[in-house]
Design a protein around this ligand. Structure first.
Ligand code: TXA
Ligand code: MG
Length: 318
């Protein structure tokens, strides 16, 4: 049975007690909702994979409430510390050499661990009250749309988690940017809530490891991911007409098309990419729920947060 409850001092306290006792809790962060467990308790972490129905063990992000706590889990170089100081708390995940205390199931056997300090007050308070780092992937079932509201998480995870903390819609709406330190150089493994341009102000020009070899370094690089039920096509501009006999959903960037679609949603009337990112997954959820066969999604400019949006749309389109 899952307890679904609004965030309050008391409910966060209860959630923290559940985490300490080896339970699982869905909680809001500034990016998307996470499905959390005590990162130092391998059995509790295993439950996360069971609930998400991940086909294999993928490494999880460990959420911390301070740089000091990060140091208990990973070796933090001067370069990594500079990024933490500048961007934490916030939507930046750093992949660093792990310390032995981190169970293998958290890192899927890798020698590195992904760390992030979230800026959402509920997430921070939960980690502090639990008194332990919290491992949490996005609170969706494997490969599906990411949850930007508590009810998205409830619909996908059914009765799995012990508790769902409802803190309203998330502010940023796409996952954190994942940055790895490999052989002394930083590499973007996943575009996300912190735009590349901002990181580059600190690091200088960055490479992106989005293509890589046969095996993705990071499962966020899986070609098909973040998918709605309906088929999704990314389009440059609205088509002149639609195929008969199909129900269309339309994800517009700035304005609705003059087309007989079943349902259309607008990412941002003013073309604001931050607003567009915040709306991305919740609009896709709505289009999916409208029971359409196909979703046409307009491309957005590939700068700043637009890169994370385009990344999610392309993977959803596979
Ligand atoms: O915004 C976010 O990052 C959300 C919230 C809940 O914090 N979390 C999230 O977690 O998106 P998840 O599990 O859905 O994505 C974690 C990403 C995956 O692409 C995973 O492959 C990568 O981080 N990752 C984790 N540990 C890694 C490691 N040691 N090396 C490389 N990639 C890693
Ligand atoms: Mg995910």
């Amino acid at each position: 049975m899952t307890l679904f409850i609004k965030t309050s001092e008391a409910s966060v306290k209860k959630a923290a007690a559940l985490i300490r006792a080896g339970g699982t809790v869905v909680f809001p962060t500034e990016t998307v909702y996470g499905l959390g467990a005590d990162a130092l308790n391998a059995k509790a972490v295993a439950r996360i994979f069971e609930i998400k129905k991940r086909p294999h063990f993928d490494p999880l992000i460990v959420h911390v409430s301070s740089i000091r706590q990060a140091r208990t889990l990973a070796r933090v170089s001067a370069g990594a510390e500079a990024l933490m100081t500048r961007f934490w708390p916030g939507p930046l995940t750093l992949v660093l050499p792990k310390k032995r205390i981190v169970p293998d199931i958290v890192t899927a056997g890798l020698e590195t661990v992904a760390l992030r300090m979230p800026s959402h007050p509920v997430a921070m308070s939960l980690i502090k009250k639990a008194g332990t780092p919290v491992a949490a992937p996005s609170a969706n079932s494997f490969g599906s749309l990411s949850p930007t509201t508590a009810s998205h998480a409830r619909d996908q995870l059914k009765g799995g988690p012990d508790m769902i903390l409802d803190g309203g819609p998330t502010r940023i709406g796409v996952e954190s940017t994942v940055l790895a330190l490999i052989d002394g150089a930083f590499l973007i493994l996943r575009h996300g809530g912190l735009p590349r341009e901002e990181i580059e102000l600190v690091t200088g020009p960055l490479n992106t490891a989005l293509k890589g070899g046969k095996r993705p370094i990071s499962p966020g690089q899986l070609k098909k991911h973040y998918s709605p039920r309906a088929r999704l096509c990314v389009i440059k501009k609205a088509p002149l007409k639609l195929k008969a006999g199909l129900k269309y959903g339309y994800l517009a960037f700035k304005s609705k098309p003059a087309l007989p679609v079943k349902r259309a949603e607008i990412l941002s009337r003013t073309g604001d990419l931050a607003e567009a990112a915040a709306n991305l997954f919740s609009h896709l959820h709505k289009l999916d729920r409208a029971g359409v066969d196909i979703i046409l999604a307009e491309a957005v400019p590939s700068t700043g947060l637009g890169r994370a949006i385009m990344d999610r749309l392309r993977r959803a389109a596979r």
